[in-house]
Ligand binder design. Structure first.
Ligand code: NI
Length: 194
């Protein structure tokens, strides 16, 4: 059995050596940001890369692990910080571990039909994402947010289940302070329209 599994990763390019890099642009995040008007206005200006993931998937069987190196750029749509689309795992039981590498961020965790929480993701922090829990990562700082995600090879990504309802929480810049609020609260403050 070949055991040559050492990989180097580059914090400047956010790439794991010789591994594929998937980029997500603003235009691919339709429906993720609460302020639809601000989203349209931003898109009319430009369509920047919001985040990327470089994936190392050496697995041969269900017991193996996959690793993703994520980078979210700094920025906002309206008052809402740049974010990942977020997902549940197709195999719902699959947990995941996030390890912050650089920058400042927040992870939104939402159990399907259950509790929600918002946890800091920064260097020297580890966030455990249990099974059955949707997870989205948000860059709340002024520099790129980099992190590793480690998950079972057979976890799979289910984006569709969240497309309709989006996350229940959102992370906002409120006059210079980072605040996580419920989307329903934000909608009410806007008179019920987005
Ligand atoms: Ni995941």
């Amino acid at each position: 059995m070949n055991l040559e599994y050492l990989k180097l990763f580059d914090l400047n390019t956010a790439q794991i050596e010789s591994m594929p890099l998937t980029e997500r642009r603003l235009s691919q995040l339709s429906g993720c940001f609460a302020d639809a008007r601000a989203y349209q206005a931003a898109l009319e200006q430009s369509d920047p890369v919001i985040y990327s993931v470089s994936s190392y998937e050496p697995a041969h069987s269900d017991g193996d692990l996959h690793i993703g190196l994520g980078r979210i750029m700094p920025g906002k749509v309206g008052d809402e910080f740049y974010l990942t689309r977020g997902h549940l795992h197709t195999w719902r039981e699959a947990a995941e571990i996030y390890i912050g590498l650089s920058g400042q961020g927040q992870m939104l965790l939402e159990v399907e039909g259950g509790a929600v929480s918002s946890l800091s993701l920064s260097p020297q922090s580890i966030v455990y994402v249990p099974g059955h829990t949707a997870h989205r990562t948000v860059n709340t700082g002024f520099s790129p947010l980099l992190y590793l995600g480690i998950y079972p090879a057979k976890a799979g990504h289910d984006y569709a289940s969240l497309t309709e309802h989006n996350f229940r929480q959102m992370v906002l810049d409120v006059q210079g302070s980072v605040q996580t609020i419920l989307r329903s609260t934000w909608l009410e403050s806007r008179g019920g329209s987005s």
